[in-house]
Design a protein around this ligand. Structure first.
Ligand code: GUN
Length: 709
């Protein structure tokens, strides 16, 4: 097989930029651009000790696809036999590694040994001299056992060194700006804010979270994740977040789900030297093993006994190879989970690996449910709001189902924006008089229960129809919305959801408490001869369109009722609504795969006419009033992008001038000019806060340009 080709240097204008390719809430597949190629994140930078290479960097590149590694510039600076070749030939040659090289600065050594002999500017200038891709400034390690005053001074001193370090780095190397702050959430947020703003000509490219190694050693995971969330609340969203010294695969899924992009660790080599192997569920000592608890190509064909009988060196090498392989494959799994929207599920599964990790996971979901006005609460609110509430594919039912961020988001949107109809299929108006709760029925509900629902409504028009789910009762309008219709579990999860009668708190989130409830437990037979059937079905379809547009796009239901007065829809062979027209014009289609809404250009025009002003520019103090129904989210782009976007090209970061704060990744938005003219409509990949920061990559996948001739 041909050796893996050397990386292509990124374009100078892209150097140091980060772009999002795909996301699942706070978790993101990113590309970080360096002089030695683009790195796909989340990824682990294996630590290479230049004095002791357990696995050759070249082999990491060729065999394990490692795109970047980390080594310690202080170790190289201190050892003359390394300093000179590093200075004359460069770090890439010294290590024999063609990808990106990241270096640390000696801070960790100062934590372990008490001091280092190098000054902050000396170590940055040395990293520049040896040609690293990303260097690290000499930050001040804040230990968890330090007093608040000591931690404050580590945050302040690190920031005090930041500007000079950035000036010293110049535009020849990128620089890590570590976040300190110990266990104090406010200090973590302060450190993130200060380090995020540091620099005049150049800024930090990446923000590692520092001072956390002792927490990982002591398995204090609850505090660890609290710190990550607190720091993330103030880290500029266009910069990758790195967890300094974290390399246990067990911690990857939850860290990634909370927004971490980079890891680094020597764990693969250190554990190997100690005769331990890594698995995604924890660490296993090989002594006494009869068989391997996990397979890898490194261990294939060898028994634990054979490995134990090898020389210490040979054994460490084989185990280190295994450990690196497992680490890489768990990261690949995490990336794939981001692509298919299951990173939270993976974090949930992995949380059972250790009681301490489970405790930390449960703490995170408690915080998610409470969303207090703290650094952690604001970070989690941002996480939830950036999560697409609609997603394809099965959603496995577990005890934690109701705490998954996309489910919480979906239920929060129902609670905020769903309103009971005010006009009914028979032409009557006024508030609902009854609730019909479809119980003991599994999805698709239109197959199991539509006939009964129609029969009931013929007799009792002023009725709100709800279906029972393991998440509680939800409006029938969303019966085809995934994950609701794809909850995956044994049949029993659909049985006796509500007994013997509905509890008020189960429907109070929809504002329906106090209404009498009829429970539909077994099918009613539909009187096929009734002339009202089509009328009732059309009304149900219209409710579904109005409800979805109000809940997912934030449009007022009364406005929607007006524009949809003459709604017509075509049905598929399987009797599902496909094309929806207002006044004879095709305006949208409910997506068969996930029950979401796909707008047409005409649909975008109508929704734009209901919300015709341009959104606020980024950077202005928001005058936006908090509203339940702020209208279809709008994104304002600069004039130079209009000719392209107006013809249907995607909106790229850097051309966005402003966006509504309720923009949700994965849900429809419209794109307007500075004057508020409709240019296109599409689906955003990012939140509005992210659009204000990112400089590279796609911001909105455009579905239709609205300025085509
Ligand atoms: N490696 C592990 N923790 C740290 C830290 O806090 N700072 C730096 N520079 N390196 C680290």
């Amino acid at each position: 097989m041909d050796p893996r080709p050397e990386p292509e240097a990124c374009r100078p204008q892209d150097w140091g930029k980060f772009e999002i390719i795909s996301r699942d809430g706070a978790a993101r597949i990113g590309k970080f651009h360096t002089f030695h190629g683009a790195i796909t994140t989340p990824m682990l930078l294996p630590v290479v000790n230049p004095n002791l290479r357990t696995i050759e960097p070249r082999e990491m590149w060729e065999k394990y696809g490692v795109e970047a590694l980390i080594t310690n510039s202080y170790v190289i600076w201190k050892h003359e036999k390394l300093t000179n070749p590093a200075k004359s030939d460069g770090i890439h040659k010294l290590l024999d590694f063609p990808g990106a090289v990241v270096t640390d600065s000696g801070t960790f050594q100062s934590y372990v040994y008490g001091d280092v002999e190098v000054s902050p500017s000396e170590i940055v200038s040395f990293q520049r001299e040896i040609g690293v891709d990303v260097g690290t400034m000499l930050d001040v390690f804040g230990r968890p056992d330090m007093s608040r005053e000591e931690i404050e001074s580590s945050v302040d001193e690190t920031f005090r060194r930041a500007d000079d370090s950035l000036t010293e780095a110049g535009d020849k190397i990128l620089l890590n700006g570590p976040i300190q702050g110990g266990l104090h959430h406010d200090l973590r947020a302060r450190s993130a804010e200060l380090m995020g703003q540091a620099g005049t000509e150049v800024s930090f490219a990446i923000h590692p979270i520092g001072g956390i190694v002792p927490l990982m050693e002591q398995q204090r995971y609850r505090e660890l994740f609290g710190i990550i969330l607190a720091a993330r609340s103030h880290i500029p969203p266009d910069r990758p977040i790195h967890m300094f010294g974290c390399g246990h695969p067990m911690l990857f899924p939850l860290s990634i789900a909370l927004g971490v992009d980079l890891f680094d660790s020597a764990a693969y080599a250190l554990f190997a030297r100690d005769d331990r192997i890594l698995t995604p569920d924890g660490t296993v000592r090989i002594e006494g093993l009869n068989e391997w608890p996990i397979s890898s190509s490194a261990l294939f064909g060898k028994t634990p006994k054979m490995v134990l009988s090898m020389s210490k060196d040979e054994r460490s090498k084989i185990l280190a190879h295994h450990n690196l392989e497992v680490t890489q494959s768990e990261l690949a799994r995490c990336r794939e989970a981001i692509r298919n929207g299951t990173i939270w599920k993976l974090a949930e599964i992995r949380s059972h690996a250790s009681p301490r990790l489970r405790d930390a996971f449960e703490w995170v979901i408690d915080q998610l449910e409470e969303l207090e006005d703290t650094e952690v609460g604001s970070s989690l609110l941002d996480l939830m709001a950036s999560t697409n509430p609609i997603r394809r594919g099965g959603e496995s039912v577990s005890d934690d189902l109701g705490s998954r961020p996309h489910i919480l988001h979906l239920l929060a949107l129902f609670s905020l924006r769903w309103r009971a109809p005010g006009s009914w299929w028979d032409g009557s108006t006024g508030p609902p008089e009854k609730i019909l709760l479809v119980d003991n029925a599994s999805p698709p509900w239109r197959e199991s229960s539509l006939g009964s629902i129609v029969q009931y409504l013929i007799g009792t028009p002023k009725t709100v129809v709800l279906v029972s789910t393991p998440l509680g009762p939800v409006p029938y309008s969303f019966e085809d919305v995934s994950p609701l219709c794809h909850l995956d579990g044994p049949e029993i999860i659909w049985m006796d959801q509500t007994e013997p009668s509905i509890a008020p708190e189960e429907i109070s989130y929809l504002g329906l408490e106090g209404l009498p409830v009829d429970i539909l437990e077994s099918p009613m037979s539909l009187d096929e001869s009734s002339k009202d059937i089509e009328e009732v079905r059309s009304w149900l379809d219209r409710c579904s369109v109005v409800d979805k547009l109000s809940v997912f796009c934030g449009i007022h239901p009364l406005q929607l009722c007006q524009v949809s007065r003459s709604m017509e829809s075509r049905r598929s062979n399987t009797d599902r609504m496909v094309n929806v027209s207002f006044n004879g014009e095709h305006v949208l289609s409910p997506r068969l795969k996930d029950g979401g809404i796909s707008l047409t250009a005409e649909g975008a025009r109508i929704l734009h006419s209901l919300n015709p002003n341009p959104p606020e520019l980024f950077g202005k103090d928001s005058q936006e009033e908090e509203q339940d129904f702020p209208g279809i989210p709008r994104v304002m782009i600069s004039d130079d992008a209009i000719p392209f976007v107006g013809k249907g090209r995607n909106v790229m970061h850097g051309y966005v001038l402003g966006a509504d704060s309720h923009l949700t990744p994965g849900q429809p938005c419209i794109i307007v000019s500075e004057e508020g003219i409709l240019v296109a409509h599409g689906v955003p990949i990012c939140t509005s806060r992210e659009m204000a920061y990112f400089k590279k990559g796609i911001a909105i996948k455009v579905r239709d340009g609205c300025l085509k001739e």
